[in-house]
Structures are given as C-alpha cells and as structure tokens.
Design a binder for this molecule. Structure first.
Ligand code: AHG
Ligand code: MN
Ligand code: MN
Length: 327
C-alpha cells in the first residue's frame, strides 16, 4: 500500500501541487498522529474530562480540545510555508509568518462531547492560499469555501483515518500503528446520489423551522408517505463520523438553523466545519447547502460565523433545499 509521502510525490508531479502545500499537509498529518496518541491513551494519560475553561463560542472546553489545539498550533507554527492559523478554540487568528503561502483553519477536536464516553472524534482542517509578503489579517481568512486549496479530516475511530481532497478526488489513508505511517486504503470515493439514511438531532424538533419540519415528517412517514421508502436514522454527534459515514455509504446530514436563537445561523461553524466538509463532499459527487445556497459560495463575514448545514447524497440535499426555496 502507498504511504502518504509516496502518494504525494506521485500526485504532486502529475497535478503540479506546490511543495509548500505538501509540507503543510505533512505538518497537519504529523499533528493528527500526535493527537491520535493522546486520544488512544485517554484516562491512562489523564487527558479526559473538562479543562475548566470556555472558548470564544462560550462552550466548555475539554482537556483534549485544549491539547489538540496546542499540538496543531505548535506543529503548524514550525512550518515556514504557513502564514497564519485560525482555530475554533482561539478567539483571534494567529500570525505565523507573513512570507508564508498558506492559511490553515481547524477544528482541533470535533465531537468533543463524545470524548469522555469513548465515541469517535476527529480533527477538521481547511487550507487557503496566501500571497506571500501580504500582511495576514482577519480578512485574509474570509475567503469563500470554493477557494480552499485542500481540506480534510482525521477520524479517531476504531481505525484512525486521514481523509483529504485538493478539490478533486477524495483520498482515504489508514494509520498503521505498527509503523506510525498513513497508508492509502481508498481513492475512489463517490457518494451515491440516493440514500435511505438521514442524520439530525431529533431532540431539537420542536425548534425547527417549517421546511425542516416538513422534510423530516416525510422521511418518517416511510413507505406510506410521499417519499415511498423507509428511512433509517443515525446521530453520532461527531460531524467527522457522520461525514465519514456519508462518504463511505451515502446519507444526508443536517444541522439546521432553528427558532431557539434565530439570529444564529445554526450551530456549526462555516470556516472550521462546514467549508472543509463541503469541499470533500463536493469532490465525492455529493452536495452541501445552507438550505438556500451552496455552502462553498457563501462569502464569510467572520472567523467564527455559524451556518446551517444540509450535506450528502445529492438527491436528498436537492429535495430539502427545494423545500426551503418554496417556503
Ligand atoms: P465540537 O465538538 O467541535 O463543538 O462540534 C460538535 C458539533 C458536531 O460535531 C456535531 O455534529 C454537533 O456539534 C453535535 O451537536 P448536538 O450536541 O446538538 O448533538
Ligand atoms: Mn466541531
Ligand atoms: Mn471542536
């Protein structure tokens, strides 16, 4: 099996990927391998439980949120090709080096409410280009998702897997723990256009807006309803795990905006979660919208901006997006 280094050498030659971008991917992969070791050790390394601090979003931080963030910051700061960093766990961006060519945004530990109960978590990353020499400022990061030069995630599940795209093609590597190397295990990821599986946090049903109420009611009606088929439901509460499932066997994942805090456009973050996952999903032939527009076309207004998310098998995403447009 091809290791990541050999894969990148081949791929970079064929597709003219700059060496600097490869080096950023290596720094990210190295950080994820370190996070993997912390996650695997869990209670043995004393890394579970609350950190006792809050992040910029007002969420309680887990110890591993803080540890994973620090590992990523240290690894990326050591790379001269990185101009700046933005993290879900940091209020402001971090300047690394104005001469760098890339900006890296990340959710260090996604699904961290699951970490203390030994359910899959992940790291999500997004890479944007930076004009070397330009001053890095917040606006430098506020680029549409279409402009991402690469994105991906590392899933710390029964296997640790590194999944990424340069915008075309989705590549899956599995960590061989005996050699501490990531080996290519899948490279033709295509999400089926149709599905019978959906993911949404049903406990928020009473807060949903009309189009989502209608859509989920139709899915729950099964064969007796207008959709004429029975659906199955999954909710892991780790977006990385949900997106991985959808990339492997199809499905639709939703985190809609709702009536609890109407001024907030959903729970998930555009820059650290929705954009990187949408690039992957699109590269696998599936779709991602906020109910109205393609997520990748949204002009970001802030680093920590929230967005509603409907992503996965294209037929279902089109269906629920049409319901929004008609309402
Ligand atoms: P994070 O742990 O980075 O804050 O993200 C958690 C996100 C996402 O992974 C998941 O889909 C969703 O929050 C779960 O939300 P609920 O707690 O509402 O189920
Ligand atoms: Mn997250
Ligand atoms: Mn997180």
């Amino acid at each position: 099996m091809l290791d990541f280094q050999s894969f990148l050498q081949d791929y970079a030659q064929k597709h003219q990927v700059p060496e600097a971008l490869n080096s950023v991917l290596f720094s990210l992969m190295d950080a994820c391998a370190q996070i993997h070791h912390q996650v695997r050790q869990g209670a043995l390394a004393g890394v579970l439980g609350d950190a006792g601090t809050g992040n910029v979003q007002g969420e309680q931080q887990k110890k591993l949120d803080v540890i994973a963030n620090q590992i990523l910051v240290d690894s990326l700061k050591a790379n001269q090709s990185v101009a700046g960093l933005a993290s879900e766990e940091e209020e402001e961006f971090i300047l690394v080096n104005n001469q760098g060519n890339y900006l890296v945004l990340f959710d260090p530990l996604d699904g961290s409410s699951n970490i203390d109960v030994n359910i899959s978590v992940g790291t999500i990353f997004s890479i944007l280009a930076h004009q070397a020499g330009d001053n890095v400022c917040t606006e430098s990061f506020l680029q549409n998702g279409q402009k991402q030069v690469a994105s991906g995630y590392c899933l710390y599940g029964p296997q640790t897997q590194w999944v990424f795209t340069f915008g075309e093609g989705v590549f899956v590597f599995t960590l061989d723990q005996n050699t501490n190397t990531f080996l290519l295990t899948k490279d033709n990821v295509i999400v089926p256009t149709q599905t019978k599986e959906f993911a949404i946090n049903m406990s928020n049903q009473r807060h949903w807006q009309k189009p989502v109420q209608t859509y989920i009611a139709e899915l729950l009606a099964g064969e007796e309803g207008v959709r004429n088929k029975n659906y199955n439901m999954r909710w892991v509460a780790s977006m990385v795990a949900e997106v991985h499932r959808i990339l492997m066997r199809g499905g639709i994942f939703m985190y809609p905006r709702d009536n609890r805090e109407p001024e907030k456009a959903g729970k998930l973050r555009l820059m650290y979660e929705a954009n990187p996952m949408s690039l992957l999903i699109q590269a696998a032939g599936a779709k991602a919208t906020d109910g109205q527009n393609d997520i990748l076309s949204i002009k970001p207004e802030g680093l920590h901006q929230r967005v509603a998310v409907f992503l996965g098998s294209s037929q279902e995403v089109d269906y629920v997006t049409d319901l929004h447009k008609k309402s």
